[in-house]
Design a binder for this molecule. Structure first.
Ligand code: SF4
Length: 140
């Protein structure tokens, strides 16, 4: 009983510390982004179909400074650097979907546990895009 309480307290502390670290990383990423200057601050979000304001809002999401799209693609067996993938990502606004995804916390947990590939179909808004990319891989 006492052990359970200690474990639960430790887990809560770890979670608070992880949240604080994440917020600090996101704050740094936002600062670095705004330091790029007006041209890049407009161009970079536009490249993925977002306005500068939308991009800044998204930088307040959990784990905002982390690229989950690349990790998720590697986890399900998609080459994130192939020409076809890069084209599909751009045309399907996959980066935008990922950056604004409401399930970033859950995604992070599964990526950390290396079991994203067994669970993403339940929650990932990019799941259909992943399926199309995987189908193309077998067509080629
Ligand atoms: S769950 Fe969300 S954050 Fe994770 S890969 Fe899918 S779209 Fe991106």
């Amino acid at each position: 009983m006492a052990n359970n309480l200690v474990n639960a307290t430790l887990e809560a502390c770890r979670s608070v510390i992880a949240g604080l670290k994440d917020r600090r990383r996101s704050k740094t990423a936002r600062r670095e982004f705004w330091a790029l200057g007006p041209e890049e601050c407009t161009g970079l979000p536009n490249d993925i179909g977002m306005s500068t304001g939308e991009f800044d809002d998204a930088m307040h999401m959990p784990h905002a400074s982390q690229d989950f799209l690349t990790l998720a693609m590697l986890s399900v067996g998609i080459d994130p650097d192939s020409f076809h993938t890069l084209e599909f990502v751009r045309d399907g606004f996959m980066s935008r979907t990922c950056i604004t995804c409401p399930h970033r916390r859950r995604c992070h947990s599964h990526l950390e546990a290396f079991d994203f590939e067994s669970h993403y179909r339940d929650f990932c808004p990019n799941r259909d895009n992943f399926s199309k990319l995987l189908a193309k891989r077998y067509d080629a």
